[in-house]
Design a protein around this ligand. Structure first.
Ligand SMILES: O=C(O)c1ccccc1N[C@@H]1O[C@H](COP(=O)(O)O)[C@@H](O)[C@H]1O
Length: 199
């Protein structure tokens, strides 16, 4: 079986990025959604993304932004993937697909399989993304989608194993759970998370 896919999100500094890459992350995320303590501008993300080897996917994270804005941030920063948390429909994914980026669809809803909107990866997240609050992924009636899907929402080094045992997710995504204070990453927690997830 292939290794678990691990994404570390909300990176804002070079040491954060270096720690995620050194820990073995498959993807790193830069938040372009406004109003988050993790929001970075496109120029900062471009500098950070330049530190990332080609084997690690760089992802821009958006919420409720137009396709034009997503496109502009993605071009200016050079990220290779875009993660959409919003009301986007299949037509929006189709419009962005033409540019060759990896598309991640984030939702708090129930989904049967990855790819329904044309996304490459599906992200099952809490209703309030980036809050660090878990949702009820451990519920008895939880049904995992088919295909490549990432579990997100309130994960941390202490609960990621349990979450994986309960859901059999294809991958995991974390932000708050690897921070020492809101919006400030901890290289030690990043390392501990990747290790725990893959243990
Ligand atoms: O991190 C944010 O502030 C954020 C803002 C807007 C959209 C998504 C955001 N983060 C995403 O939330 C999940 C998990 O977050 P957490 O671990 O519960 O803090 C992750 O996919 C981030 O990409």
């Amino acid at each position: 079986m292939a290794d678990l896919f691990v994404k570390i999100c909300g990176l804002r500094t070079a040491p954060d990025v270096d720690a995620a890459v050194a820990a073995g992350a498959d993807a790193v995320g830069f938040v372009f959604a406004p109003g988050s303590p993790r929001t970075v501008d496109a120029a900062t993300a471009r500098e950070l993304a330049a530190r990332v080897p080609d084997t690690v996917l760089t992802v821009g994270v958006f919420r409720g932004q137009s396709v034009e804005e997503v496109r502009r941030f993605a071009e200016e920063s050079g990220v290779r993937g875009v993660q959409l948390h919003g009301e986007e429909g299949p037509e929006d994914f189709a419009a962005l697909r033409a540019e060759g980026r990896t598309l991640l669809r984030a939702t708090a809803g129930r989904v049967e399989r990855c790819g329904e909107y044309g996304e490459d990866l599906l992200l099952l997240d809490a209703p309030d993304p980036g809050s660090g609050k878990p949702w009820n992924w451990g519920a008895a009636d939880f049904t995992a989608p088919e295909g490549r899907w990432l579990l997100a929402g309130g994960l941390n080094p202490g609960n990621v194993r349990e979450a994986l045992a309960a859901t059999a997710a294809w991958g995991v995504d974390v932000s708050s759970g690897v921070e020492r204070e809101r919006g400030v990453k901890s290289p030690d927690l990043i390392r501990a998370f990747v290790e725990a997830a893959r243990s």
